[in-house]
Design a protein around this ligand. Structure first.
Ligand code: PMP
Length: 449
């Protein structure tokens, strides 16, 4: 298997020759908070697979829901037909997401959920009766943003590794500084800055609002940028600006949705009602690929019209609204209620907060960021100057390998070690996540256990 994996499988982001020399971890099965490899080794899943697992691996209720649906029908199309799970799930999503999001457009991944939101926002303005809106064709996003890896979602992204080489294929996006307080892009201090990063956004929107279709943000936490947590009030201010300048707010809740931040959706923390909302990852609890782009009734209605007007949204994937995925999502959401998952998170989140204190004392930990069950530990060569480790030292990757040796799976994002524990983890499992990570960082960066 190991040989065939190297011989035939093109893994994302891993073509450095050094990585090809490493032994792959071939997962065979999962149970609760653990994954098991083909050699029978057991690993605590500290990143919820890829930020998706909610109630644990092999959860019987979800498995059963998928099998029951499989016994009925595995696939039917939403192009011209409907299916039971996709109807029930849409109703449920409309009930649980912020008020005003009244329609659900299904797809398969976070990237497609974002792609769809961008296309809907663009077309929405193009088919307004008033000619003055036709110039609203651009999007605003944050520096460092990650919204997926299709061409549209990369266009609104800001991470060079994904962006740079494709620059000629991408559409122009206006970017604004991110609220990255540890390394403030405006060189200000968090205590006195009065959120000048929002001020910068306002300057841009005031100047260009006639050309701007939408602002896209990851509410509260920029995940792939390294778990950058926005200060309180940031999201609310962005909403205010979008309303003031008649711009659609697209909330990309792909990573932060479904309990990650301690509430079912991150927008709830600041009572923000976006115009479009992108959901994926945790929607099925990590069981099947599914995504949803939610839109307000006002947006949906702008696409209604007679045949001659051709206002239809011409976007529809083969697997859109797949019944298996929707059945898994319904079972996942039922478990949120049955297990009172959101209520149980409060204790786990404070346990993490408390447990993360000791990381701050480590010699090479520059910043520790947490929002709910999302954690980023930023490693630095020098705490005073915040100088990062040289890329060649490959420190974050070595930390991950050290943790793996000790039975924990985590992943780095640049020089940030990310913890995304499964939401159903017990306190003692969370303690293991913290202990193993702390020891691995200390060993790799300070040379001792
Ligand atoms: N948006 C955000 C905020 C994400 O974190 C991700 C994935 N990490 C995506 C979009 C893309 O999702 P997917 O990988 O499912 O396409």
């Amino acid at each position: 298997l190991e040989h065939w994996d190297k011989e035939y499988v093109w893994h994302p982001f891993t073509q450095m020759r050094e990585y090809r020399k490493e032994k792959p971890l071939i997962v065979e099965r999962g149970e609760g908070s653990y994954l098991f490899d083909v050699e029978g080794n057991k690993y605590l899943d500290g990143i919820s697979s890829l930020w998706v697992t909610v109630h644990g691996h092999g959860k019987e209720a979800i498995n059963r829901a998928i099998i029951e649906q499989l016994d009925k029908v595995a696939h039917s199309t939403l192009l011209g037909e409907a299916n039971i799970p996709s109807i029930l799930l849409a109703k449920k999503l409309v009930e649980i997401t912020p008020p005003g999001l009244d329609y659900v457009f299904y797809s398969e991944s976070g990237s497609t959920a974002v792609e769809i939101a961008l296309k809907i926002a663009y077309q929405y303005w193009q088919q307004q009766g008033d000619e003055k809106y036709k110039s609203k064709r651009k999007f605003v996003s944050l520096v460092n943003a990650y919204h997926g890896d299709t061409i549209g979602s990369v266009s609104v992204g800001g991470i060079d590794l994904f962006h740079k080489i494709f620059s000629h294929l991408l559409f122009e996006t206006l970017s604004v500084p991110a609220p990255y307080c540890y390394r403030c892009p405006l060189d200000l201090s968090k205590d006195t800055c009065s959120m000048q990063c929002v001020g910068e956004m306002e300057i841009l929107l005031a100047r260009h609002h006639r050309e701007i279709a939408g602002v896209i943000v990851e509410p509260l936490v920029q995940g792939a940028a390294g778990m950058i947590v926005a200060p309180e009030g940031y999201l609310g201010k962005v909403r205010e600006l979008c309303t003031k300048y008649n711009i659609l707010l697209i909330a990309d809740e792909v990573a932060v949705g479904f309990g990650r931040t301690g509430k079912l959706f991150a927008c709830e923390h600041e009572n923000v009602k976006p115009d479009l909302m992108c959901l994926a990852k945790g929607i099925t609890g990590g069981y099947l690929p599914l995504a949803a782009t939610m839109a307000t009734g006002e947006i949906y209605n702008a696409f209604l019209g007679g045949i001659e007007e051709c206002k239809t949204f011409y976007h529809g994937h083969t697997y859109t609204g797949n019944p298996l995925g929707c059945a898994a999502a319904l079972a996942n959401l039922e478990l949120f209620e049955k297990d009172k998952l959101i209520e149980t998170l409060e204790e786990k989140i404070s346990f993490l907060t408390h447990g993360l204190e000791r990381f701050k004392e480590l010699k090479h930990v520059g910043d520790v960021r947490q929002k709910g069950m999302m954690v980023g530990i930023e490693l630095v060569e020098n705490k005073e100057t915040k100088e990062p480790f040289p890329v060649r030292a490959n420190i974050p990757h070595r930390v991950i390998l050290e943790a793996r040796k000790n039975g924990l799976i985590i992943r780095p994002l640049g020089n940030v070690i990310v913890l995304m524990p499964i939401l159903s983890m017990s306190l003692s499992e969370l303690k293991d996540v913290l202990d193993i990570t702390c020891a691995a960082i200390k060993k790799v960066t300070e040379g001792e256990a």
